[in-house]
Design a protein around this ligand. Structure first.
Ligand SMILES: [Zn+2]
Length: 138
């Protein structure tokens, strides 16, 4: 699932207005080389971030297991990978916004799902914010 995340941690870690990540089942993810060069740190009790120990680029994040993904899920920032891999992700339009109430940029005409935090399958509440609710707060 292609998600734009507006949480404070993603903004601080990325240095951008929001982060873009493709989320999927960890069982569909495999590190084929360079695992010894990864360092990690937790930014919550449910999420661990992995970076390159050499260049310090953010490589991926891992959400702890839950009932939807028994081994956890992975968030991959598409812009850090090979052009062909990134292009495949970029050509897919984002499907949702996460932590939308914490945003610093607005997407008023974007009709994709806007979650209060995260979808349930990625350890969130799954609560969706309606566009009417957003307009009433402006
Ligand atoms: Zn985030």
């Amino acid at each position: 699932m292609n998600i734009l995340c507006h949480c404070e941690v993603c903004r601080k870690v990325s240095g951008a207005d929001y982060s873009h990540a493709c989320w999927f089942n960890v069982d569909d993810f495999k590190i084929i080389s360079g695992e010894d060069n990864l360092s990690s740190y937790s930014t919550s009790d449910r999420f661990k971030r992995f970076s390159c120990s050499i260049c310090h680029a953010k490589v991926f994040g891992r959400m702890h297991p839950n009932k939807f993904f028994n081994n956890g899920s992975i968030a991959v920032p598409p812009s850090l990978y090979d052009v062909e891999f990134s292009r495949d992700f970029r050509e897919q339009k984002h499907e949702a916004h996460a932590f939308y109430p914490r945003r610093i940029v607005d997407f008023p005409n974007d009709t994709t799902i806007k979650y209060r935090d995260m979808p349930k399958k990625f350890n969130g509440s799954g609560v969706v914010i309606q566009n009417e609710e957003l307009r009433s707060k402006l």
